[in-house]
Write a protein that binds this ligand. Structure first.
Ligand SMILES: NC(=O)c1ccc[n+]([C@@H]2O[C@H](COP(=O)([O-])OP(=O)(O)OC[C@H]3O[C@@H](n4cnc5c(N)ncnc54)[C@H](O)[C@@H]3O)[C@@H](O)[C@H]2O)c1
Length: 336
């Protein structure tokens, strides 16, 4: 089987996960990378043995990659995705889709028109614990979901924000803890609830940072057409990084989903636990509170491009969570 020729655009913090995934994949080989900060592109190219570029348009026209993986600031996601698709590549872009709804919808439409696969990273869906909970909910044994809660309490200090010139701004990051961090917990809950959103109430605030424009604290309630009420709380000004915790209160069980463990407490007092505390793959680098499942999703994308499987997290699928994220901001008073 001929391997897919892959290029990575954006060589900052998250790119390591993408580089290591390509290197480990049986389906792909890395041909090039790009960053406007030339030292970052050169360092990555020498570490992972590929060509480096500082202009993504030059990379696209000279390399014509089969797949482009995008690890750029949020406001560039749709624009660069569309440029890559127009030059012939399939695109796997980091979350979120963009900083507003309109551009994300436009890129999704362009992918369809051009006949390209367009995937959006939501790697936590591939955590074995998420899959375990999905199966349990789908089995019907737990009964209907009645209510859901999620918490995300992470630490993103001033050093984190000063490390990326676009973070902490409305025009480039497009928001703070919701669009950047809690998107993981909100996506998991929204995906597992699996119903249409009926109404949203939310409030946001910046409480623990002095140098950023965007929110570092948020809470809200999402009401679904199937009657589920989902309450979320998130803060990235916590003193430490705790694993996400999502609770599903169902007719016959309470289900708790975390990163490396999940528990189903049945009404009759019995319990089923999936405990992977010692078994999660840490070889891609460890940020154990948000999952190391990039490689699963990236390989799924490659198999889809090769025609071996259907794409699971397509742009259409990701647009559901993106619409919800934008609605949360709107309800909190920020036009999207
Ligand atoms: N899935 C996850 O769990 C996860 C975790 C962290 C970050 N991310 C996402 O990854 C993306 C990147 O985040 P990060 O933390 O790596 O940011 P970063 O600031 O560390 O990296 C972004 C890189 O893009 C480069 N860049 C900016 N404009 C460019 C352009 N026009 N052409 C080429 N390069 C350009 C910057 O120089 C920088 O090196 C964001 O969308 C973020 O939300 C996802």
């Amino acid at each position: 089987m001929e391997k897919l020729r892959v290029a990575i655009i954006g060589c900052g913090r998250i790119s390591e996960k993408h580089f290591k995934s390509v290197i480990k994949s049986e389906y792909a080989s890395l041909v090039a990378c790009c960053d406007i900060k030339t030292d970052r592109a050169r360092n990555a190219a020498s570490l992972y043995n590929c060509r480096s570029y500082s202009d993504y348009r030059t990379l696209l026209s000279e390399e014509k990659p089969d797949v482009v993986q995008i690890c750029l600031p949020h406001y560039l996601h749709s624009e660069v995705s569309v440029a890559a698709m127009e030059s012939g590549s399939h695109v796997l872009c980091e979350k979120p889709m963009d900083i507003n709804y309109q551009k994300a919808e436009w890129a999704t439409k362009r992918a369809k028109e051009l006949g390209r696969l367009y995937g959006i990273i939501s790697q936590c869906r591939y955590n074995p614990t998420s899959q375990f909970v999905k199966k349990a909910l789908e089995s019907g044994k737990a009964g209907k979901i009645l209510s859901v809660t999620s918490t995300l309490t992470w630490a993103r200090d001033d050093l984190y924000y000063s490390g990326s010139d676009w973070k902490g701004t409305w025009d480039k990051e497009g928001g703070g803890v919701i669009i950047d961090q809690a998107i993981h917990s909100i996506d998991l809950a929204n995906w597992l609830i699996g119903s249409e959103v009926k109404d949203v109430a939310a409030t946001i605030a910046v409480q623990g940072h002095s140098k950023i424009q965007v929110e570092d604290t948020a809470c809200g309630l999402i009401c679904y057409e199937n009657g589920v009420r989902y309450g979320f709380y998130c803060m990235n000004n916590c003193c430490c990084n705790e694993p996400i915790e999502i609770k599903f209160f169902c007719e016959n069980a309470k289900i708790i989903l975390s990163y490396d463990w999940a528990k189903i407490a049945w009404k009759d007092g019995s319990e089923e636990v999936l405990d992977l505390t010692d078994r999660m793959d840490k070889s891609l680098g460890d940020k154990s509170y948000w999952g190391v499942s990039h490689i699963e999703q990236i390989n799924q994308f490659y198999r889809s491009v090769l025609g071996l499987e259907e794409l699971e997290i397509s742009a259409e699928e990701a647009l559901k969570t993106h619409a919800l994220i934008c609605k949360i901001y709107e309800k909190a008073g920020i036009a999207k």
